[in-house]
Design a binder for this molecule. Structure first.
Ligand code: CUA
Length: 331
């Protein structure tokens, strides 16, 4: 209903109308409350103004009145809470089988890499109607990935992954902003999200690539010697990584956690932090030895070892291993 309203940004994702509806609701509630308060203020100021010959009288409190103005707002706030929570959790939870894009922010640009291997700078091509999950980290300071047309904003932090997702609903080119002050050229840290029809997108995707990100990761995995300990049988000094992603794992100290992108990342940079039960903390750290892009590739490789997804046959854990990945180079 606001499509021609110039103050309203484009609405180009499935989340956009939910966020807008909540925002309009908040605006209306705030507007009504403001009007109510000012009306009461003016009325009482006039009604109880000082008049010659009239003595002020003390008015005692009224329990029904106080209950009314406590209970009605309680319900209004509970509606805001529940509604906000639904919108928030929807926005925080990437659907399964989303297309994955790795984002590395730095002063002052966005580096994006598709799981299929395509790389972009300050531009992201996505197909219309598909869920896209962004796995983001920063090489230096805190940035924030902000796409107003998608009503999506997520801080991008150094030293860990944050995740965001969207499903674009309308082809077009949309602004990408950095929404966290990150230095003198913060305002120039902008880009575009280019939403294409599936056919156009496939054409774009078939352009030059160095092979899937997971294949690049497999190469690094071999080069760094990870493969000597993380063997695909149970004889290795490190855990077998096949089929572990997305699954619970028990640690030496008894804790159980789910293997996700951040756990893999931490285990590469700080291997002693969360050692899997039954293994010794013998792995050296790779802090400073791998770039953010290489880390992303390694994470993508470990994830590929757990496809096709939860519930799939474990024996088919490594369908992408045959990709030769010749000529793939990471910087
Ligand atoms: Cu990056 Cu502001």
């Amino acid at each position: 209903m606001f499509d021609n309203f110039p103050l309203w940004p484009d609405r180009a994702s499935t989340a956009a109308s939910n966020v807008d509806a909540l925002f309009v609701f908040l605006l209306i509630v705030s507007g009504l409350m403001t009007a109510l308060i000012f009306a009461a203020l003016i009325y009482f100021a006039a009604r109880y103004r000082r008049r010659r010959g009239v003595l002020a009288e003390q008015i005692e409190g009224s329990t029904p009145l106080e209950l009314t103005w406590s209970i009605i707002p309680l319900f209004v706030f509970m509606v805001i809470f529940a509604w906000g929570a639904v919108v928030y959790f929807k926005g925080r939870t990437p659907p399964r089988d989303s297309t994955e894009v790795y984002v590395v922010a730095k002063q002052w640009m966005w580096k994006l890499e598709h799981a299929e291997g395509q790389r972009e700078i300050n531009e992201l091509h996505v197909p219309v109607g598909r869920d896209v999950k962004l796995i983001m980290t920063s090489q230096d300071v805190i940035h924030s990935f902000y796409v107003p047309a998608f009503r999506m904003k997520q801080d991008v932090l150094p030293g860990r992954y944050t995740v965001a997702w969207f499903r674009a609903t309308k082809p077009g080119t949309y602004h990408l902003f950095c929404a966290e002050y990150c230095g003198t050229q913060h305002s120039g840290m902008i880009g575009s999200i280019i939403v294409q029809e599936p056919a156009q997108y496939e054409a774009w995707m078939s352009g030059g690539t160095t092979g899937p990100l997971s294949a690049t990761g497999e190469k690094i995995f071999a080069e760094l010697g990870c493969v000597t300990c993380h063997r695909t049988d149970s004889q290795g000094r490190g855990p077998n990584l096949q089929g572990v992603f997305g699954k619970p794992v028990q640690l030496e100290d008894g804790r159980i956690l789910t293997v996700d992108e951040n756990y893999i990342r931490e285990s590469i940079l700080d291997p002693g932090a969360k050692v899997v039960k039954g293994f010794k903390p013998v792995m050296p750290t790779f802090q400073g030895l791998v770039s953010e892009e290489q880390l992303n590739a390694l994470v993508a490789f470990v994830k590929s070892q757990s496809q096709p997804g939860p519930g799939g046959p474990k024996t088919a854990a490594a369908p992408q291993n045959q990709a030769p990945a010749e000529g793939s180079q990471v910087q």
